[in-house]
Design a protein around this ligand. Structure first.
Ligand SMILES: Cc1cc2nc3c(=O)[nH]c(=O)nc-3n(C[C@H](O)[C@H](O)[C@H](O)COP(=O)(O)O)c2cc1C
Length: 422
């Protein structure tokens, strides 16, 4: 029958690849690993899907695949050397590629060698791939690819955890047999998996909070008893850091005021470290006026020792005990609510063990908040230190109870609500 039978080659291509990457500018960094040849298939598929792809390679990557392959697939020059010079003029060719850090919508490093992951985790920048990753303010995604033993090594795992915490996208490697004969994780995932990861990223990073000035507070505070002891709480800071990261990923200009925590600073976030509730108040008040959104996720101590000793309190001479007199700390959220300017959106957090919703609603109105996020503190949802959280988001129009989600997902749901109210 006319019109049926085998489609012509061009039709087959467009059917399989789709156009969901149309116009997306992807900077691909290729590093030295046995899977570098697979990046050629990846580039081909991304180009077919409509993406504009540029490639930079480490020196080691050129041992595995020739730059010519990528330049033929992308029809663009491929950067391999930071130091290369134009023979005629002596000017640096390598630095011509630097603009790609601002040109791209995202940078993908695939395969990402253990060596490059270690460099990125420590901010080293001694080749085109690492220089561009450091300079890039758009999402940077890595696909760790290496022998299973290298992948499972504590150093590599630590470096990946650091990068993830800072907000790098990490595409988990596939499991399978390696060139060495080992079986385990560390293989470059199928092109389809990488493409799906990128698509999800582009769908999510719509930059719907572009240039919105946002202040986030996080972590506990430490209230000194003497120079070596303090009163605090179990807050890890993870919820506030997730909120800062998610907001920055959506284009907001984020300032993060944090109490003492052991977390990496999210990419593109300005961090201010404080120790006590008084310090946090001072830091917040200083920048609050410039903000469109203020989200107070910090677990600020309610009480602090009234008279911290200036020397270490001795164990002896206390007759088996020590009495501390506590004073109330400043109510930062209450103060912000009282002084709130028109156009500022104030978000508070509450943690309740009982009567959560009614208590949170009371806090919302009493403190003049626009949104309150209620942490459900239960044995199943310990809140502190966990990577997951179960919250209810409450504003003046109603409430939305969320299931248990990763904190980054909770953060994005809170931002969706904020976005609607802006
Ligand atoms: C045959 C061969 C295969 C290699 N495969 C990998 C690999 O899959 N993943 C990896 O992290 N390193 C691998 N290496 C080691 C890296 O090439 C080496 O650490 C190099 O310094 C990486 O440099 P780069 O990060 O600048 O690309 C391999 C080395 C050789 C000789």
């Amino acid at each position: 029958m006319a019109g049926e039978g085998r489609p012509r080659a061009a039709e087959r291509v467009s059917l399989s690849a789709g156009t969901h990457m149309r116009g997306k500018r992807i900077l691909l960094g290729v590093t030295g690993g046995i899977a570098a040849y697979k990046s050629a298939y990846l580039v081909r598929e991304l180009v077919r899907a409509g993406a504009d792809v540029r490639v930079v390679m480490t020196e080691a990557a050129t041992e595995f695949i020739a730059p010519l392959t990528f330049s033929a697939l992308t029809k663009q020059p491929v950067g391999t050397d930071l130091w290369s010079r134009d023979q005629a003029t002596g000017s640096a060719i390598g630095t011509r590629h630097i603009h790609l850090a601002t040109w791209c919508d995202c940078m993908l490093i695939a395969p990402a060698s253990a060596n490059t992951l270690a460099k990125l985790a420590h901010g080293l920048s001694d080749n085109l791939v690492t220089v561009l990753a450091l300079a890039c303010r758009k999402p940077v995604i890595v696909a760790p690819t290496m022998d299973a033993d290298m992948f499972l090594n504590e150093a590599t795992q630590h470096n990946i955890a650091v990068l993830r915490e800072r907000g790098f996208g990490v595409i988990p490697p596939a499991e399978g047999e390696h060139a060495s004969g080992l079986y385990g994780p560390g293989r470059l995932p199928e092109v389809e998996v990488i493409r799906a990861f990128l698509k999800k990223l582009f769908d999510r990073t719509a930059e719907d909070l572009r240039k919105v000035k946002m202040l986030v507070t996080a972590g506990p505070t430490h209230e000194p008893i003497d120079p070596v002891r303090y009163i605090s709480n179990r807050s890890s800071g993870k919820m506030g850091f997730a909120l800062a990261l998610a907001a920055a990923q959506r284009g907001a200009e984020v300032t993060l005021v944090t109490g003492p925590v052991s977390l990496e600073t999210p990419r593109n976030v300005k961090r201010i470290d404080v120790e006590t509730a008084e310090h946090m108040r001072a830091a917040v008040v200083k920048v609050a006026r410039q903000q469109r959104v203020i989200a107070m996720a910090a677990a600020v101590a309610d009480y602090a020792p009234a008279l911290p000793a200036d020397r270490k309190i001795k164990k002896d001479g206390q007759n088996g005990g020590l009495e501390l007199t506590l004073k109330s700390t400043p109510d930062i959220l209450g103060e912000l609510g009282r002084k709130k300017r028109k156009g500022t959106l104030l978000v508070g957090f509450a943690l309740e063990t009982n009567d959560g919703v009614s208590n949170a609603k009371e806090k919302l109105s009493k403190k003049n908040l626009d949104v309150i996020v209620l942490n459900a503190y239960t044995a199943q949802n310990p809140v502190f230190g966990s990577d997951r959280n179960t919250v209810t988001i409450i504003d003046r129009k109603g409430e939305e109870e969320l299931p248990s989600l990763e904190k980054i997902e909770v953060a994005n749901r809170i931002l969706n609500r904020i976005r609607k109210l802006l």
